[in-house]
Design a protein around this ligand. Structure first.
Ligand code: KG4
Ligand code: ZN
Length: 393
């Protein structure tokens, strides 16, 4: 995976992500890298569905052109992380304003890198929830405007369905049914992907999402924002057995997660050290905390595969880029005869290629949205067609 990065005057990082044959999929043992190089992309043959996908649910403005759900012609991400770092987290108003500034440039770049124009686009897809309402509205408004002006079908995509669908991009052989562990900044879900766009949630967090726990603990031990990648990096230098942190089990819902007790245990250790005037080893705390989270995530996911009888397991969301999680999951999948799928790290965090992948299967099912589509900040996973805006063609 080749990433061209450019830091703009306002601190926003502009990225263009291109596939290459040496991508992470070789390491995963997946059949073939499916992210095409823009040079090899030619504008649509008959029956091809070319989707312009837009994502703006949090602090990344992103646009991508995706053909037939699995071939990424372009993937542009404008990341605001550096702007929010000084506040220690995402400031919604700043995020919305930056999305407004960046969105047209991202869409233009996505079209140009894919070598297509708006006329070549068959469908406009956009994340319409869940996420920050002001941020979502920017993408939704842009997608509606293009759909109206070009008279192209409009499809709203659930952000988490997008994360799950990121697995289809580099793994052409992956088809439902399979189990997917979705771990992002706002969600920790264990789902059975029964079919394209059909999800059964078998476990979810009772309190903090996994990514949220990473972010809060990173702040507490002085690593700052964004916490996940910083803990991941610090943990490489630390001893994962330096502290034994609790791994919550919920007796009446064995696949649910709870990370708030773990977070409190870390805070207690920090406070104790402060009171005793001792210096805590940041890397040891990071490694021990990460181990506790990762063991719970992997344990639940493997158990679900075994008990529900699935031999394919995928991971998705920002936390799925965590090195320790990928390593332990790979080991446990191999030990249990389960085929393990994971997107390259840059496709785990927010991007629009995953939205284009999810939208393709919605399009094939006949889902179409009207121009009254609105942002839905707390959009639930599954059964959304009946409840939110979308009709059948
Ligand atoms: O999926 P994502 O990009 O945005 C949401 O939909 O929330 O996930 C962001 C979350 C953040 O909490 C971030 O700290 C976490 O994913 N994250 C990681 C890593 N990279 C990102 N957590 C652990 N290890 C990482 N390497
Ligand atoms: Zn996300």
């Amino acid at each position: 995976m080749q990433i061209d990065k450019n830091v703009e005057n306002d601190g926003v990082i502009f990225m263009s992500i291109k596939g290459d044959d040496k991508s992470d999929s070789t390491e995963t043992g997946a059949s073939k890298a499916a992210v095409s190089d823009s040079a090899s992309a030619s504008a649509g043959g008959s029956g091809d569905v070319t989707i312009l996908a837009i994502e703006s649910s949090c602090d990344e403005t992103a646009a991508a052109v995706v053909r037939n759900g699995r071939e990424v012609l372009s993937n542009i991400i404008s990341s605001q992380i550096a702007l929010h770092t000084i506040y220690g987290g995402v400031v919604p108003e700043i995020a919305s304003r930056k999305h407004v500034e960046k969105i047209n440039g991202c869409i233009r770049a996505a079209l140009s890198e894919a070598g297509v124009t708006l006329e070549d686009i068959d469908v406009v897809a956009v994340t319409y929830g869940p996420g920050l309402v002001g941020a979502l509205l920017v993408g939704v408004s842009a997608a509606k405007a293009i759909s109206f002006a070009q008279n192209k079908p409009l499809i709203g995509v659930h952000h988490i369905e997008g994360h799950i669908s990121a697995n289809f991009i580099e793994n052409k052989d992956l088809e439902p049914p399979f189990v997917c562990l979705v771990v992002s900044g706002g969600h920790s879900h264990l789902v059975v992907v029964k079919d394209y766009g059909e999800y059964e949630i078998i476990g979810q967090t009772r309190d903090d999402a996994a990514g949220e726990a990473f972010d809060k603990v990173a702040r507490a031990i002085g690593l700052g924002y964004p916490g996940g990648p910083k803990i991941d990096a610090a943990a490489k230098e630390g001893n994962p057995d330096a502290f034994t942190f609790p791994q919550a089990k919920i007796s009446d819902a064995e696949y649910d997660f709870s990370f708030s007790g773990l977070k409190s245990a870390v805070l207690n250790i920090i406070n104790q050290a402060k009171m005793q005037g001792e210096e805590l080893n940041q890397a040891d705390v990071a490694a021990s905390f990460q181990k506790a989270v990762v063991e719970v995530l992997v344990g639940h996911a493997i158990k679900a595969c075994r008990e529900y009888g699935y031999d394919k397991l995928a991971i998705a969301g920002g936390v799925a880029s965590n090195t320790a999680l990928r390593t332990l999951m790979e080991k446990e999948c191999a030990a249990n005869g389960i085929k393990f799928y994971r997107p390259s790290p840059v496709l785990c965090t927010d991007n629009a290629a995953m939205i284009g992948a999810a939208a393709y299967y919605e399009y094939k099912k006949g889902v179409r949205f009207d121009l009254d589509m609105n942002a839905v900040p707390n959009l639930p996973l599954g059964d959304r067609e009946r409840r939110f805006h979308a009709g059948k063609a």
